[in-house]
Design a protein around this ligand. Structure first.
Ligand code: SF4
Length: 368
């Protein structure tokens, strides 16, 4: 962690650093500057990652003077909740956060039967320019620090641990985050270092402790980073946002395709599978009259044939004033059926939280 990264976003207006940007070693160094012994870092670490403390005052095994000293110099809750929206069914909760420098990001919690899946952001804005995406409209503001990525998870972990403090619904409240998808704002592989620092902290046994297999990283296809991820040695799932089976159409929807065309992307995915023996998910957002024809379904089935993969068809979340509209349920099912008949494992993902702007970047844009 460089001083520059901390300056980029983690110090608040009072000059307090976010302890979430520190490794345990760096935290020990920070506490040593305050004259504290090494074991204090372990105590603070546990309060943050095991007990989800949001305030130094909760750290009752620290002397009062130290709690006050820490509160003057540091923070463990760097995200300010600007607004939150709960879907009518109570199973989708979206939060808009303000970062210390005023940038805003979104995270969405989805409650399934036994999973509590959190979709988090990796950047404020995004540079990838996908033409159907609300986040793309404002461009990239900046990368999130590792601490800002981790902070989203800890904030929802607190929410799930203390449901009485949050909006009440009939939905049973599980008590922690069980799955994480990096599918919120930003391209995680465009902020590779900070994202992987955050993922290691979230999966570390002495950190948040989530199993790597419960995490999925979604990319539009930054080929060199897919190669790099194959060597990371963590069983994080890879999802590739494909959205079209050929270069002509994909370059219109996902401009990065001009640099990393479909064939190059699929070769990288193939190498990833050979190295990791892990199944890769292809995300395909179905857009009415754009990429949802039976011919394109056949073409997609053809290019994916024989690959250890799964296709997730996603009914598009409509963006206001956008020419892209979701494909009908019947046409979505027909598209899925063609893929299945061609032997490609396919599911249609549930669309969650449509009435609360749960699509990537939509709440941020509405609040702008
Ligand atoms: S779809 Fe994802 S990668 Fe594309 S612009 Fe939106 S946030 Fe960025």
């Amino acid at each position: 962690m460089t001083a520059q990264m901390k300056q980029d976003g983690a110090a608040d207006s009072a000059g307090r650093l976010s302890l979430l940007d520190f490794s345990q070693e760096e935290m020990a160094g920070f506490l040593a500057q305050l004259g504290e012994p090494r074991y204090r870092a372990r105590q603070v670490w546990e309060w943050i990652y095991r007990r989800y403390a949001a305030d130094f005052e909760e750290m009752t095994n620290l002397p009062q003077g130290l709690r006050e000293g820490l509160a003057a110099k540091a923070t463990i809750a760097p995200l300010e909740k600007v607004t939150e929206l709960l879907s009518a069914s109570g199973d989708t909760l979206k939060r808009l956060y303000r970062l210390p420098d005023g940038q805003t990001i979104e995270s969405v919690l989805m409650l399934y039967d036994r999973r509590r899946t959190l979709c988090i952001s990796s950047q404020a804005g995004c540079a990838m320019g996908c033409t159907f995406c609300a986040t793309a409209l404002g461009g990239l503001a900046r990368n999130l620090t590792a601490g800002e990525i981790v902070a989203q998870v800890l904030d929802f972990a607190r929410y799930l641990a203390k449901p009485e403090a949050e909006p009440q619904t009939d939905v049973e409240r599980p008590t922690t985050v069980t799955n994480i998808v990096l599918m919120g704002m930003g391209e995680p592989m465009h902020n590779y270092e900070n994202v992987w620092t955050a993922l290691r902290r979230l999966t570390a046994a002495d950190g948040f402790g989530l199993g790597a297999r419960a995490i999925t990283l979604s990319t539009v296809g930054l080929v060199p980073m897919i190669e790099r991820m194959a060597d990371e040695g963590l069983q994080i799932g890879l999802a590739v946002s494909l959205h079209a089976p050929n270069d002509e159409l994909r370059s219109k929807l996902v401009p990065i395709n001009r640099r990393y065309p479909v064939a190059m992307l699929l070769e990288a995915v193939q190498r990833y599978i050979e190295k990791t023996h892990r199944r890769v998910t292809f995300e395909y957002a179905l857009m009415q009259g754009i990429n949802d024809s039976p011919e394109l379904a056949h073409e997609l089935g053809e290019i994916l044939a024989g690959l250890l993969c799964h296709v997730n068809l996603i009914p598009l979340n409509p963006v206001p004033d956008s020419p892209y509209q979701p494909t009908s349920a019947a046409e979505t099912e027909a598209f899925a059926e063609i893929l299945r008949q061609r032997g490609v494992s396919t599911t249609v993902r549930l669309r969650r939280g449509i009435e609360i702007n749960a699509g990537c970047g939509q709440l941020r844009r509405a609040a702008a």
